[in-house]
Ligand binder design. Structure first.
Ligand SMILES: Nc1ncnc2c1ncn2[C@@H]1O[C@H](COP(=O)(O)OP(=O)(O)O)[C@@H](O)[C@H]1O
Ligand SMILES: O=P(O)(O)OC[C@H]1O[C@](O)(COP(=O)(O)O)[C@@H](O)[C@@H]1O
Ligand SMILES: [Mg+2]
Length: 600
């Protein structure tokens, strides 16, 4: 029996429900990346890590994970469901359950790495029949997973005609009659409107950035729910008690979103709108009274950065929060925050359902780090990138004006290097960009230091941009977390500055090193115009989603269209820069930096 040794690489959190490549011939494998003599290709799934294969007996060798992470099965993903999915894969008849260990835990802050699963397969047993059925079942499964939870899943509520109108001057009779409302200029989104999550059909797995479900790169439709006002709503405005809470770190645009939520709620006719102070803390700290919100109060809050309501990390006992919702009679909760906040929002949604409360919980993803899955971008990110330009420009000016000047700029980005990558690309002034997702070495002929020396020798100066989460493996661990459980990082910026100074001093090469860390300046500011628009659309759509009866959802922009995602799908793991993505390649093209991957 011809046994083919192959390596399946599982990447948690790709956009597909799961990706399985059946490789028929050794030649096909040769088209893929070759890793240490073992053929390597992608086998991916979203949220759930599981392996299907034709016959357990065909697998004679299986190793999972690597030194820094472990692969686990999602607890929520039942055995039956796994078996059903496995049975859909041509030739797959089994699945492997792997150790239930915390995987990429946001709380523990485990570094997100790609674990690898190596197995030996007997390729003769691979059967590729029923491909079409397999593809359409995948598409159906995907649609089911991405159907947002709805109040009618729990309560048999009859909808009423929408009270929404594009502005508050619409005549009331029109707003209350569905048929007439339909004629108000196509203002309502149809309940069955969908947006495609992926829009590229890759012709080959070797195409740049390709994520394929099989060796032929078949395309499956991955539809997500379109956001917007519905003609029928599930809350009467006079029964609504709405609350807004902003959690986590600051982010430009928080006030813009608060403002839009309030304005839109008022247009629906809601009178009782309150702001919860200082994040989830406001739910359980009795000294923090709610702020009554109105169009009048929020009219100009977007002119300032920060959050009118205040933010905080930590706390967030779900049961206490839901007790507080119950006590206050809140039935529409808008939660503005990042992945931690959304985990909390989903827990609140679950708890409300458990208690049989007619409450809808709608998130608006906020983070300058842009580390939320599946969306084009999060609000605040653009502004942060723009604000970083002034630090980069100053570092550039300093470096260019000094003899053998080296500018180093550290930018935020705990686990994801989007800010550093985009800021570097935007500035066109960066020679070296270092991000958490791409390992680098300082020393040796392929190290960062040698390259800086080369830059001084060839162009006389150098500017380096580093994300705060980059190169943590080069530093002593802090072994502590913030109040929310996010890992505290060692200071890579200061480390680089010291290493660079020492390197050139030891070599008796003059080098004038200037270090700039703009820290909170890139987020404690007013949103720029692009983010202002994004915030307006997200804020309004959050309210439409709540009135439409969706709960446990978040609003996002996807291929330039606005959609509702079930929360678990976007927080399954933090979004990272893909080192094989076109964007990272563009950044490398712009900086001209080599790989700092090896010490040889
Ligand atoms: N897994 C979780 N479940 C419930 N609440 C969480 C979870 N992770 C974080 N939180 C809460 O969400 C809030 C914000 O989280 P944090 O990680 O600081 O910011 P962000 O939402 O921007 O990621 C905090 O009050 C924190 O306690
Ligand atoms: O010092 P703080 O307020 O805890 O925030 C620092 C962190 O906040 C961020 O700006 C964004 O983090 P969140 O999205 O979790 O709020 C990170 O880039 C940075 O590491
Ligand atoms: Mg976070």
């Amino acid at each position: 029996m011809h046994v083919l040794r192959s390596a399946y690489k599982i990447r948690k959190g790709t956009l597909f429900h799961f990706v399985f490549w059946i490789v028929r011939t050794k030649e096909k494998l040769l088209e893929q990346r070759i890793l240490k003599g073992i053929f390597s290709f992608h086998f991916c799934c979203l949220n759930q890590n599981f392996i299907c294969w034709k016959d357990m007996a065909a697998v004679s060798h299986l190793t999972v994970g690597h030194s820094t992470s472990q692969l686990s099965l999602s607890r929520s993903f039942t055995k039956n469901r796994r078996e059903t999915l496995c049975s859909l894969i041509p030739g797959a008849r089994g699945f492997s359950s792997l150790p239930q260990r915390a995987f990429f835990s946001q709380k523990s802050g485990a570094r997100k790495r790609t674990p690898e699963v190596h197995m030996v397969l007997d390729t003769e047993q691979v059967d590729t029949q029923n491909n079409n059925e397999y593809l359409s079942t995948l598409a159906r499964e995907f649609e089911q997973r991405f159907t947002p939870p709805h109040v009618t899943d729990i309560f048999p509520i009859e909808p009423i005609p929408s009270t929404f109108c594009v502005n508050s001057s619409c005549p009331l009779p029109d707003r209350q009659l569905l048929d007439q409302a339909k004629n108000l200029g196509k203002i309502f989104v149809h309940d069955d409107d969908r947006v495609l999550l992926k829009v590229i059909k890759y012709a080959s797995p070797t195409s740049a950035g390709a994520e394929c479900i099989d060796p032929d790169c078949n395309f499956i439709n991955q539809w997500v729910c379109r956001a917007g006002p519905r003609a029928r709503i599930y809350f009467s405005p006079d029964e609504v008690k709405a609350a807004i809470v902003t959690c986590g770190g600051l982010c430009p645009g928080l006030n813009d979103v608060i403002r839009q939520i309030v304005l839109t709620l008022e247009i629906y006719g809601v009178k009782d709108i309150r702001g919860i102070q200082y994040g989830y803390r406001g739910f359980f700290d009795d000294t923090l009274a709610d702020i009554s919100l109105s169009r009048h109060l929020v009219q100009s809050i977007h002119l300032n950065g920060g959050s009118l309501l205040g933010v905080s990390r930590g706390g967030g006992n779900t049961s206490e929060i839901v007790d507080s919702l119950q006590k206050k009679g809140i039935n529409m909760l808008f939660v503005l925050g990042g992945n931690g906040t959304h985990a909390g929002a989903n827990a609140i949604h679950d708890e409300c359902r458990k208690r049989g409360m007619k409450v809808v919980v709608v998130g608006v993803p906020k983070t300058i780090d842009n580390d939320i899955m599946l969306m084009d971008k999060t609000f605040g990110f653009d502004t942060a990138v723009e604000a970083a330009q002034s630090a980069i420009n100053s570092a550039y000016i300093e470096a260019r004006s000094a003899y053998h000047g080296i500018g180093i700029v550290k930018l935020m980005g705990r686990q994801s290097g989007f800010i550093a990558m985009h800021a570097s690309l935007a500035s066109g002034q960066i020679d070296v960009c270092l991000i958490p997702e791409v390992k680098f070495y300082m020393d040796g002929p392929s190290g960062v230091l040698q390259h800086l020396q080369h830059l001084l020798e060839t162009k006389g100066s150098a500017v380096l941009c580093v994300a705060e989460g980059a190169g943590q493996e080069l530093l002593d661990k802090v072994n502590a977390t913030d109040a929310s459980g996010n890992p505290l990082l060692s200071d890579i910026g200061v480390h680089l500055q010291q290493q660079v100074k020492k390197y050139f001093k030891d070599k008796s090469i003059p080098a004038d090193v200037k270090y700039i860390d703009p820290t909170y300046m890139i987020r404690a500011c007013r949103a720029n115009s692009s983010d202002g628009i994004l915030c307006a659309v997200l804020g309004q759509n959050a309210v439409h989603g709540a009135f439409a009866g969706f709960s446990g959802i978040t609003v996002g922009i996807c291929n330039n269209h606005y959609v509702y995602f079930p929360i678990p799908e976007v927080i399954a793991q933090p979004r990272n820069v893909d080192p094989s993505s076109r964007m990272w390649h563009r950044c490398l093209t712009s900086t001209g930096q080599p790989d700092f991957h090896t010490t040889d």
